[in-house]
Design a protein around this ligand. Structure first.
Ligand SMILES: *Cc1c(COP(=O)(O)O)cnc(C)c1O
Length: 403
């Protein structure tokens, strides 16, 4: 079933699934199996040589994992994909596959906290250096490129500030530099943003978030634009053993089938809440790509099919008010992560980005009072009522403090 011309909802339902390859099964079976029989010694040798693409061993390839890889590659418009145990496994594999000692990376800030840590710490120790530039500053990205630059690594919308990277412009800079553009597309996901269509070379995902969408799996994936990069990435994933388990792949495939519906529902909720929050007296400011107040609102319209479901906001009462708000919500859950059917709230400075040094946090726009709200698929009236009740608790707290 060739589906490159299909719409993204059809791809989410059908890509990677050919029932005739699985005795007619309409859901890809879980090949819960570590190793595969060779019909003959000659065929076994051919598989190891690469002359046959038959199965060998699950770390090297598994039909359930392959179905998921085909599905996500199709959604992202890549030539193929490599499933990974977690999002960080996908990201680490990408770095170790494409970089070597002496190489230089231009990375935008802010990034997902552990990705920042990986580049600064472990890769730094291996002699790979990074220059950090603001996500929104395309000219600074261009200026940071050096002869030894071997990768431009970006996240857009950025976590947690919701700054955007102009993907088409940065892809042109990367092409000129002869360095691949790698995009962490976790926040928007392929339903809302397809970086490869805009010129990116590699897309990485934490499928823990919207692709799976049900807060019951951790998983990652790397998608490549061209077969040569795909081969390099796959060889590294096999060597490091960062590959994925078949049961995990099956769960993510099950989640992906409803990607469009979930993403659009959560986004509709987020759009309403963002407008409401922006007009609320307890809120100092709101950052959401769907609001005209977002400094890159025009870019969001240009490169995304929708602003997504994550809202960043700062309370008028700063850190203390944020702490109280997170303790006062009842329906919205105090937990990290995003992109699931449930709404989650967290405090980046003390939680997801706590390993980023305080000075770097400020430089990267992670203010002490910043709250990240990942909106889910509940009824928006209930989400608003929950926040309203929590804001009322803040006022009582503030009145008690001033007495
Ligand atoms: C969660 C996340 C990751 C890491 O993914 P894991 O599945 O938790 O390893 C990477 N990048 C972004 C933007 C994320 O939100």
């Amino acid at each position: 079933m060739s589906g490159s011309h299909q719409g993204r909802n059809s791809k989410a339902v059908h890509a990677g699934l050919d029932p005739m390859q699985h005795r007619g099964a309409v859901s890809v079976p879980i090949y819960q199996c570590s190793t595969f029989m060779f019909p003959t010694a000659e065929e076994g040798a051919a598989r190891f040589e690469g002359a046959s693409d038959g199965l060998i061993y699950t770390r090297l390839g598994n039909p359930t994992v392959q179905a998921l890889e085909e599905c996500v590659a199709s959604l992202e418009g890549g030539c193929g994909a490599i499933g990974a145990a977690t999002g960080m496994a996908a990201i680490a594999t990408t770095f170790l596959a494409l970089l070597r000692q002496g190489d230089h990376v231009v990375a935008t800030h802010p990034l997902y906290g552990p990705t920042h840590g990986l580049l600064e710490g472990r890769l730094g120790r291996l002699g790979i250096t990074s220059t950090w530039v603001g996500a929104a500053d395309t000219e600074a990205i261009r200026a940071a490129v050096r002869p030894e630059t071997r990768m431009i690594y970006v996240e857009t919308p950025a976590n947690p500030t919701m700054d955007l990277v102009d993907l088409a412009a940065v892809a042109a800079i990367a092409r000129e530099a002869g360095a691949p553009l790698v995009v962490d597309n976790t926040f928007a996901g392929p339903h809302l943003q397809r970086p490869i269509e805009l010129g990116a070379d590699v897309v990485v995902h934490s499928m823990t978030k919207s692709l799976n969408g049900h807060a019951d799996v951790v998983a990652g994936i790397t998608v490549a634009r061209d077969p040569e990069t795909l081969r390099t990435l796959r060889d590294t994933a096999k060597a490091l053993g960062t590959t994925m388990d078949p049961h995990q792949a099956w769960l993510v495939l099950r989640g992906i089938r409803t990607l469009g519906m979930r993403v659009e529902r959560a986004q509709a909720n987020a759009a309403l809440l963002a407008v409401w929050l922006e007009s609320h007296p307890a809120v100092a400011w709101v950052r959401y790509p769907g609001l005209p107040s977002h400094p890159q609102f025009e870019l969001a319209l240009r490169q995304m099919d929708g602003p997504g479901s994550v809202i960043a906001f700062e309370l008028a009462g700063g850190v203390e008010a944020g702490r109280q708000l997170m303790n006062a919500v009842r329906l919205i859950t105090l937990a990290v992560s995003l992109g699931g059917v449930e709404s989650l709230i967290e405090h980046p400075a003390s939680m997801t980005h706590s390993k980023v040094a305080p000075a770097d946090q400020l430089a990267h726009g992670i203010t002490p009072g910043l709250v990240r709200l990942a909106v889910g698929c509940e009824d928006v009236e209930d989400l608003r009522a929950d926040l309203e009740h929590a804001f009322a608790a803040l006022e009582i707290g503030a009145a008690a403090a001033s007495r």
